[in-house]
Design a protein around this ligand. Sequence first.
Ligand code: C2E
Ligand code: CA
Ligand code: CA
Length: 601
Amino acid sequence: MDDIKKAAAQFEILDYSPIGQFVLRKDNIVVFWNRCLETWSGISRDQIVGTDLITHFPHLGSDKYAESIRKVFHTSLPIVFSSQLNEYFIPSPLPGEKFRIQNTFITRIPAQKEGEYYAFFAIQDETNVMAALESNKRALSQLKEEIEVRKQAEEQLVQLARYDNVTGLANRTLLREGLLRALAKTRRNQKTFALLFLDLDHFKDINDTMGHDVGDSLLKSVADRLKGRVRENDLVARMGGDEFAILIDDCNPDGAAHVSQDILETLAPFHKLDNNEVFVSCSIGIAMCPDAGEDPESICKSADTAMYLAKKMGRNNYQFYSQELHEQTMQRIHLENDLRHALDQNEFTIFYQPKVDMNANVVGMEALIRWQHTKLGMISPDKFIPMAEKTGIISPISEWVLHTACMQIREWKNNHYLSRDATLAVNVSLRQLKQESFWDTLQKILSETELDPRYLELELTESSIMDNPQATIVLLEKIHQLGARIAIDDFGSGYSSLNYLKRLPIDTIKIDMPFVQGIGKDHNDEEIIKAIITLAKSLGLQTVAEGVETKEQVSFLHEHKCDYMQGFYFCRPMPAEVATHVLKEILSEDKLEESQHSITN
Ligand code: C2E
Ligand code: CA
Ligand code: CA
């Protein structure tokens, strides 16, 4: 009996169900009998639990039923006894000697012991089998979830006290627990989370003019939209009145701003409530945690303060608790938005920086993108490329870079401003490399621009190759076979395993700028450069020194037989028209070094 008591505890949640439900053990012993069935059948739980079902309902011992019930324990397929075809399964008398018309739905559910099952009976007083099936399915999935997630019945009961009865959302208690859990988690993984406080704008007016029922329906409608807008792990709670809260796990300020913007947009369309179309907006306060508070109370207070600020700012908007964070995040988000349109609005240009050999002859050009923002002026790629990668717009942008630069190189070659063998170096980001379309795009552009692949060099950083070396090697092999060249950018700063270097189809190593700038200042840097050059030579690779700014650096690189150089000493990156001018100038002077010095002098 103790066993049965233990088993019964986990089913107590079924007492809240409006349909009759009971649980049967394989040997026909009743394990649980819910409150609804007590009323319907007139048999109390104490009378029936722990006894044989058949002794109470002899007709269930007939072949017709017994056989089917036995089967349930062996299959995961549910069985339905509809009242049209069967006598009343568990008779439930109604006044006037009538019986409740009902359908019985049976399925097996796992028992505590691995591999054992109970039969779960759900009895619905409906004539419609489909409706019965549906509602029982719901009851069952709820039950299964409960069994899996919370074994303890007490906990389940407490759970019921954690939900708001108007909207079905979590209530304050549950939110508080969620916050405690989130705080404990951030201590472990150092990730931030966000608490959003939402207050409906002018809800009181709606309540006063349209009545409380409409008010309640509106709260429900808002709750549904909020739930539909967040991830499953996020917790949406009603704090009371027209106040809601959303706890977003693993979330940075940008993420919180995006969710908030999304919520404003989700709530904007009218809510159809009976015959009324109601519009409502909300004001949102964001607390980024743990910065905004180290316990649930102070976090809520911060979010509340931020929410009042949003009200003060004219409602229908969101504000961060920290003003500094608000401004920084908004700046980034606006920039991100602008970035989406930058390509259409022709705001990108390419600057070109020559690559020279040891005699200062131009042997190639590196394409470096620039964003000419209408208000903010020139924005560096270091700032917007990561943004473009995050939002996925890197693809069209880099396709544009590749296309434009290939066309430009061809033009210079056709005009003999550049030697026939001069190469074009284009930077490729990690995200691009991972895009399945990368290979097709590359081929398409090469054929459109008719640039011989031999004159194209793709620059990749160490980290983007090491991100998924196996897959990357396959792609790089293909690119190499096409004839294009591959360079490792910023070499030395990453964590290149020299082992991989041997296996990669690389042609060039670009020595990272900080090493070059350490020449004459830092012995270690000099040693590293020497080692890189030796290593490259032994692998048959070319070396390019980046960021060359002084004569001293040039001499050192010369002495240690670096192949090529790039840097302000020779030329800064410049717009295409200026580059054309410089190239023409060199034609008459022969060397970039002399030409540069004649331009600057
Ligand atoms: P990177 O490929 O390492 O490019 C070299 C950076 O150093 C460039 O900055 C260049 O202007 C700068 N530089 C060149 N010579 C010198 C010098 O002598 N001294 C100093 N102090 N700096 C020098 P930039 O143009 O701001 O580009 C920054 C990074 O943005 C690039 O680093 C590259 O990783 C990325 N990038 C640029 N264009 C593109 C592009 O079209 N696509 C992708 N995916 N990334 C790009
Ligand atoms: Ca580069
Ligand atoms: Ca570089």
